[in-house]
Design a protein around this ligand. Structure first.
Ligand code: M6R
Length: 631
């Protein structure tokens, strides 16, 4: 995620800001920039690693003892020098660094343009610079910031400087963290304390709705509507490594635990208030004339993204009534695939750099397909290659094992599915003229998406106890950590969960794990089952979905009859499969196509815990790279 650093004091700001940016590198970023004030505003930005910015700064050193800096993880507009922060107003008086997403930036941009403001970037942040400019004409910087913020919808942590008040810095928070470091005659601001720690351990944590106004010798904390508040100066007791991982021992665990927030970020701005429409740019203007209808959908992806794609293909075929298949990109590109006219291909990739997925999309395009993407990394190769799509906005995923990207991909696919259903009803109605999704069902799905982050939190709270180590997942991990084989079974939407659960386990614990469709069990894997074989049976179900709970009950019977040790993932209150299982993991009810989001979380945690108990580093599994940019 983006990172912010600010300094106001007696020393040269540049080296302090640069050091701060380096300490935020672990968060992931694609470009960086810095602004200081000396005689006027000095600004330098660069795309890529901090060392590139550092080289630039060696060429033209930025003078001044006040400044702000930023590492950007692109959300609006590609990672370019122009889009990198800090952003400035028309006259180059104000500089701002921003973390978060401004949801109403399009409307504000249109209004400000009409008023004569000159926009240079594609970012949402630039509107804040121009809004502050507008009010700063006859108001102090803090008053102008307050007036500007009152117009924003969305999340932000911002830090602002102005040449009109060159010994002042204003920072405000609503949804994106900010911490203020306090030293005698020196102040630091950062989006996380790791940037501040080398200088001071005395900090003030801003809460949502609060701001700080820093001057050369003093500071003032207020609410966003200008009421003074007294904030306690706290002492940081953590060390650097703990801060980078927000106190978690590994990035993988951090990324599993932050899924409620990541999913909220994926959903942000898509579901309309009426609950019966979704908004996404890629469908707004329809497909080009050459694509008057959609005859088939191909989802192309690898690894975990492929497992999410499989969920997507099931939900799309069900609702859209169009053939939808999910193909392993690595295989697709090396056979002789047929792409029917009017095929829509959807590439799914966390990194946006997976060579096979990119290659498969290129081939599909060459064969006449129209391509969309579901990608986490903004401006990545796949994002640039496709005609449009959805970004996950899940934040950087640093652990090699993909976790939060999977749940966000399933959510993004669900949003896209709703959008496609509405779009197709207009351009390609079903023969019987029935809507693909009725308003009632649309509302049910969007309501369920909205409450999904809370349900994910419920799962996390119910199955994992970080403090006592006695959660159900930790108990199961203790029991099975020495086992060499695992079988994961599921049917329907639960089949991709079986694949994903097994993939996680083998990746980070090096235990051989098979994910299988329970319906195929009789055709082979049943031979593996004996009293030494743990079998994870994934059986949550949606009572409105004609899916075969009874059938998986029979599969569980078959496993039990052969002595297999059942670990069941079931709905809260399940009283059939639970009774056959040695271990039971319960999750809340949800719609069938969203079960993969909830049911995969305990399996991610199980893989994590087993890896830890086997003394392995889950963040750096052997032989694996985070992004597979070679074939
Ligand atoms: O970045 P991508 O989503 O395109 O990556 C695809 C796979 O390489 C990736 O999901 C891989 O399987 C992960 N290590 C799974 O945890």
């Amino acid at each position: 995620m983006c990172g912010i650093v600010g300094y106001l004091g007696t020393k040269d700001a540049m080296p302090i800001l640069l050091e701060g940016l380096k300490r935020l590198e672990y968060r992931g970023y694609d470009s960086a920039g810095m602004a200081t004030i000396s005689d006027g505003l000095n600004l330098t930005k660069a795309v890529g690693k901090i060392v590139i910015l550092e080289k630039e700064l060696k060429r033209r050193s930025l003078a001044g003892s006040i400044g702000i800096a930023h590492t950007r993880w692109a959300t609006h507009g590609e990672p370019t020098i122009i889009n990198a922060h800090p952003h400035v107003d028309c006259e180059g008086v104000i500089a701002i660094a921003h973390n978060g997403i401004i949801e109403n930036y399009r409307t504000l941009r249109t209004l400000l343009k009409r008023e004569g403001h000159n926009f240079k970037t594609e970012t949402d942040t630039e509107v804040i610079a121009h809004l502050i400019e507008k009010y700063h004409e006859d108001a102090s910087l803090e008053d102008a910031v307050q007036k500007a913020l009152a117009q924003l919808k969305g999340a932000y942590g911002i830090v602002v400087i102005s040449t009109k008040e060159s010994r002042k810095m204003v920072a405000a928070r609503n949804g994106s963290p900010l911490v203020v470091g306090v030293l005698d005659k020196e102040f630091f601001i950062a989006s996380d304390a790791s940037a501040i720690l080398p200088y001071t351990r005395d900090v003030i944590y801003l809460n949502d709705g609060e701001m700080v106004i820093l001057n050369s010798h003093s500071y003032r904390t207020t609410t966003l509507d200008n009421k003074d508040i007294n904030k306690e100066v706290e002492k940081i007791t953590w060390d650097l490594e703990m801060i980078e991982k927000s106190g978690y021992p590994h990035f993988m665990l951090k990324e599993i635990i932050e899924q409620p927030q990541s999913i909220k970020n994926t959903l942000r701005g898509h579901i309309q208030p009426d609950g019966i429409e979704v908004k996404m740019n890629c469908l707004q203007n329809g497909f080009p004339k050459a694509m008057p209808k959609i005859s088939a959908i191909k989802l192309l992806a690898c690894g975990t993204s492929w497992n999410a794609g499989l969920v997507g293909s099931f939900m799309m075929e069900k609702i859209l009534r169009i053939p939808a298949t999910c193909e392993q990109a690595s295989e697709f590109r090396y056979r002789w695939p047929v792409i029917q006219p009017h095929t829509l291909s959807i590439g799914i990739s966390q990194s946006g750099e997976t060579a096979d997925t990119k290659g498969a999309l290129e081939l599909a395009k060459k064969l006449g397909s129209y391509n969309l993407g579901i990608v986490n990394v903004v401006g990545s190769s796949i994002a640039r290659l496709v005609e449009g799509g959805l970004y996950l906005h899940a934040g950087p995923e640093i652990g090699v094992a993909s976790t939060k990207a999977f749940s966000c991909q399933v959510v993004a696919l669900s949003i896209l599915n709703l959008g496609l259903a509405r779009y197709l009803d207009k351009v390609q109605p079903l023969e019987n003229k029935e809507p693909r999704v009725t308003d009632k069902d649309f509302k049910r799905i969007s309501n369920e998406l909205i409450v999904l982050p809370d349900k994910v939190q419920q799962v996390l709270d119910a199955v994992y106890d970080k403090d006592s180590g006695q959660g159900i997942i930790q108990q199961i991990a203790k029991e099975f950590k020495g086992i060499n084989n695992f079988l994961y079974l599921g049917r329907g939407y639960n089949y991709p969960i079986a694949l994903e659960g097994a993939l996680k386990l083998k990746e980070i614990s090096y235990i051989h794990a098979e994910g299988y469709s329970a319906s195929e069990m009789k055709h082979g894997p049943i031979a593996l089952i004996d009293k030494n074989m743990p079998v994870v049976i994934i059986a949550p179900h949606d009572s409105e979905e004609p899916i075969s709970y009874d059938k998986i009950v029979s599969n569980a019977e078959e496993v039990r009859a052969r002595g297999g040790r059942i670990i069941a993932v079931v709905n809260n209150g399940d009283d059939v499969i639970s009774k056959m299982a040695e271990w039971v993991i319960e999750i809340p009810n949800t719609l069938a196509h969203l079960v993969p989001v909830l049911a995969t979380i305990p399996l991610q945690l199980l893989a994590y815990e087993i890896a830890i108990m086997r003394g392995l580093d889950p963040d750096k599994p052997r032989n694996l790279a985070k992004s597979v940019t070679v074939e």
